[in-house]
Design a protein around this ligand. Sequence first.
Ligand SMILES: Nc1ncnc2c1ncn2[C@@H]1O[C@H](COP(=O)(O)OP(=O)(O)OP(=O)(O)O)[C@@H](O)[C@H]1O
Length: 255
Amino acid sequence: MPLLEVKNLKKTYTSRFGMNQVHALTNVNFTVEEGEYVAIMGESGAGKTTLLNVLAALDRPTSGSILLNGQEISTIQDSKLSAFRRRHLGFVFQDFNLLDTFNNQDNIFLPLVLSNEKYRTMKRKLDPLAQELGISDLMKKFPYECSGGQKQRVAIARALITKPELILADEPTGALDSRSTEELLMLFQRINEAGQTILMVTHSVKAASHAKRVLFIKDGTVFHQIYRGDKSREGMYEAISDTLSLLSREDGRHV
Ligand SMILES: Nc1ncnc2c1ncn2[C@@H]1O[C@H](COP(=O)(O)OP(=O)(O)OP(=O)(O)O)[C@@H](O)[C@H]1O
């Protein structure tokens, strides 16, 4: 059984008085196996953020099915959604989403605090993770005292501390300089090699070339995919660039 199974997923936004409809996801089908590292690419407006929001159970699909470990998530009751997200998913955002009024340690503890874990248990989980991510010295600092790359590592610690089945990352390198981008990509690779499943939306060909598979979304559907296979990073980079330029042409359906 795949870790994530998305079937016939549709999302239509309807304006308040029903005058306008936008078919953001027209028919999305794909699966993600445990341990995969998948990037999602596509032009602006293709439906990537919509897809991520629906997968994250932050928004409801219009129809279709999303199974995470066999559990249908599109029909989970509102009252149970936050707990579901905390238990099963980890999030990494472009703008980090850290709370500036909490120090880094408390930001990382947040999902555990919400699950009523004891301080001692939280600390036991944090210490090896902070060490692995190279942020042990930053625990008492506040996010506004840290660089973008440091903040993103804190955000990754917050995502990983609950041992989620799936990390959903939305443009995680978008706010980072090239050195921090490289560090983050190496870190994602290490985390993935340690068994963590990652699904990442990105505009960056470089970021996507680190993934084991890239899905291309066009007009609200999965249009094409590339497997890394035994391609080098450079080979993957080229294959992604070629596909993107085909996608941007009107006759891209010949991919
Ligand atoms: N809340 C909303 N209400 C109405 N239409 C929306 C809403 N959110 C997104 N859309 C529309 O749905 C389509 C897909 O948008 P989406 O944000 O998912 O694209 P995207 O691929 O993430 O784009 P980008 O790369 O620019 O972030 C677009 O036409 C967008 O205008």
